[in-house]
Design a protein around this ligand. Structure first.
Ligand code: GDP
Ligand code: MG
Length: 243
């Protein structure tokens, strides 16, 4: 057995963690993920992809996890943005499975083990706020997301209830079977694009309930009006095959 094969086999799941100004969230989040996956007996690596956060997120990661080879830090200076950071992580992942999640506790690390294990039966597992048991602590954002997601559903006409969540697991080969360079572009709109193409490919998709707590520290990078326009345009383009 070659060294490369041994390395690949030692990782079940690669968790990709894009960060921008998450200095106060990243350490407790990494610890929580390690605890959850460790308790479930899942071998993991964590790939933190930081776009040179001005708040020093990368240094905090180095200080806390510099000696832990399961925590891999990448600091990028170009081609920035959420979706590009994720694909950067995907291209460097060693696990058979990849998990993508936000780094501000909107996405609950306690859901990860089951989202990895259910991949035995489904091609993609997505966190969903709009399935029974899901939701958001922030009632106004929940209402806004619910209405906008309804609009996206009308355009895309799939049976997926949450097209905007961005918390998911998938086998790496299934993911690489899609045109990831094209899909992972912009901010969070990549997610509806990915799901639409996966749906068209007849990938089986399971939604598990996720309840977003409010981020404990830092500010949201989402700009509401910008998103409304960009995401609507993306939904149309995706549906019409222009993107
Ligand atoms: N690497 C990277 N991560 C980003 C960027 N913008 C946002 N993120 C991360 O993407 C996730 C979602 O961002 P957030 O501000 O919480 O958006 P919200 O949940 O819609 O309010 C968080 O983990 C952010 O740290 C970016 O430009 N680069
Ligand atoms: Mg967030």
């Amino acid at each position: 057995m070659s060294t490369v094969t041994q390395m690949e086999n030692s990782v079940d799941v690669s968790v990709i963690l894009p960060t921008y100004d998450e200095r106060d969230n990243i350490v407790p989040l990494v610890q929580a993920i390690q605890r959850e996956l460790g308790n479930a007996g899942i071998a993991y690596e964590l790939l933190i992809v930081d776009d040179s956060s001005p708040d020093g997120t990368a240094q905090v990661v180095r200080d806390h996890f510099g000696d832990d080879e399961r925590v891999r830090l990448f600091v990028r200076t170009e081609d920035r943005g959420l979706a590009r950071a994720i694909v950067y992580g995907i291209n460097r992942a060693q696990g058979d499975t990849v998990a993508i999640m936000d780094t501000d506790f909107n996405h609950d690390p306690a859901m990860l083990p089951q989202m990895v294990k259910f991949l035995e039966y489904y091609d993609i597992i997505i966190g969903s706020r709009f399935t029974m048991g899901g939701g958001m602590e922030d009632r106004w954002r929940y209402l806004g997301s619910f209405m906008f997601n309804f609009f996206v559903r009308v355009i895309l006409r799939t049976q997926i209830q949450d097209n905007l969540c961005g918390f998911f697991t998938i086998r790496r080969d299934k993911l690489l079977n899609m045109d990831v360079e094209r899909i992972f572009d912009g901010y969070g709109e990549y997610f509806m694009h990915l799901l639409f193409l996966a749906w068209r490919k007849r990938y089986t998709i399971l939604e598990v309930p996720v309840f977003y707590i409010k981020r404990p520290h830092g500010k949201s990078k989402s700009r509401f009006l910008n998103m409304l326009v960009n995401y609507s345009w993306t939904a149309l383009q995706v549906r019409l095959g222009w993107r």
